[in-house]
Each structure stands twice: as structure tokens, then as C-alpha cells.
Design a protein around this ligand. Structure first.
Ligand code: AMP
Length: 194
């Protein structure tokens, strides 16, 4: 048992000494061609999440960029479901509250809802009406910015609550798509670009 503890402590020591805010995250993101449909090059963040240093570095890098951009959020808003993983972890790091934006019929209390267009059909997102205090500053976190439809709709939801949309944070941004242009004029942070 003593041996185990020593191994754990030396591993932790090694890990704490890594330059976590400069780590290149791209090698930890797996690309799956033609998923879920032909033509989509899916960016799989499960391989980043399972890497202890990669996950810590991703959260540290988000925190550093949020600070550098003077976003000063009071709440982190995560988009279901991968935005929950990064958003809640970031909220813990920054000592902030976490608010959920969910798919329809998941939230139990009264909600504001927004319908938004997808390439084929439409989708709907919801937030609790009382999730954010009036005038509070909120940043939206998701794993990936593609066309910007999901993030733009979430921004509108935040405005319905009377809170201030202070910025957006993404792990990945697909820069050949016009996602950034669809979003309001607030700071938009991303860590890895394709
Ligand atoms: P969009 O509304 O087009 O910006 O799409 C953003 C949402 O779709 C995010 O929540 C992503 O998780 C997901 N998404 C879109 N494109 C991809 C992709 N190429 N790889 C992984 N996830 C994607």
C-alpha cells in the first residue's frame, strides 16, 4: 500500500509540473470520417476527455482565455450534452455557478424555449426561466462551433432570461464555416481550430 501511495504522489508531482496552458490539444482529438452521416468529419472529444493532462489543460486554457478577454462571467451556461462536461468542470475551476441548456422536455420547472433551424429540419433548446439572475453575466460553453446555429440559439435563450450574454467558449472551432459570423458581437474563444 505504501508503494502505491508513493507511485501516486510521484505521478501527481510530474503532472502538476506540466505547462498546462500551452499544451497542444489537437493530437488528443480523434477525427472520425463520415460520422454520423457521409461527408461529416466528426471531431471526437472522448479521447481528449480520457487524457488526464489533456482534460486539465483544456479547462486551464479556457479559464486563461476567459480572463484575458475580460469576459468576467458570473455564470457558466453549458449546452447539452458535451457542453455540460466542459462547462461544469470550468465552473468548478472558476468558482462559478453552472446553468443547463437542455433538449426539450428535460427541465422540470417553467422554461423559455427556442426553435432553431438545422441543415434538415429544426431543433429546440430550453432553459429554466429563473436559471440566471436579471443582469448577471453569463458565458456559453460548448465543445464545438460549427455553423453557429446551436450557440446563437442559446445566446437568444440567455437574453430571454434578462441576463447579459458576456461571451462564448469552445474547445473546437471549424473556421471554414461561418459560425463566428452568426454570433453576437461578444468575445468568442476557441482552443483548437480546423
Ligand atoms: P452548429 O450548431 O452547427 O454550430 O453545431 C454545433 C453542435 O453540433 C455542437 O454541439 C457539436 O457538438 C455538434 N457538431 C457539429 N459539427 C460537429 C463535428 N464536425 N464534430 C463533432 N461535433 C459536431
Amino acid at each position: 500500500m505504501v508503494g502505491c501511495k508513493q507511485i501516486f504522489l510521484s505521478h501527481q508531482h510530474l503532472y502538476l509540473n506540466l505547462p498546462r496552458t500551452s499544451m497542444d490539444l489537437k493530437p488528443l482529438i480523434r477525427e472520425i470520417p463520415d460520422f454520423p452521416i457521409p461527408g461529416i468529419n466528426f471531431k471526437d472529444i472522448t479521447t481528449l476527455l480520457r487524457d488526464p493532462q489533456g482534460l486539465t489543460s483544456a479547462i486551464d486554457q479556457l479559464a486563461e482565455k476567459i480572463q484575458a478577454a475580460n469576459i468576467n462571467p458570473e455564470y457558466i451556461v453549458g449546452i447539452e450534452s458535451r457542453g455540460f462536461i466542459f462547462g461544469a468542470t470550468l465552473a468548478y475551476k472558476l468558482g462559478l455557478g453552472f446553468v443547463l441548456v437542455r433538449k426539450p422536455k428535460k427541465l422540470p420547472a417553467p422554461v423559455y424555449a427556442i426553435e432553431y433551424a438545422l441543415e434538415y429540419g429544426s431543433d429546440r433548446l430550453e432553459i429554466h426561466q429563473d436559471a440566471l439572475p436579471l443582469g448577471s453575466r453569463a458565458i456559453i460553453i460548448d465543445d464545438l462551433l460549427a455553423t453557429g446555429g446551436t450557440a446563437a440559439a442559446t445566446g437568444e435563450l440567455i437574453q430571454k432570461t434578462g441576463a447579459i450574454l458576456a461571451g462564448f467558449g469552445f474547445i473546437i472551432e471549424l473556421i471554414d464555416l461561418p459560425g463566428r459570423k452568426r454570433l453576437p458581437d461578444v468575445p468568442i474563444i476557441s482552443l483548437v481550430q480546423y
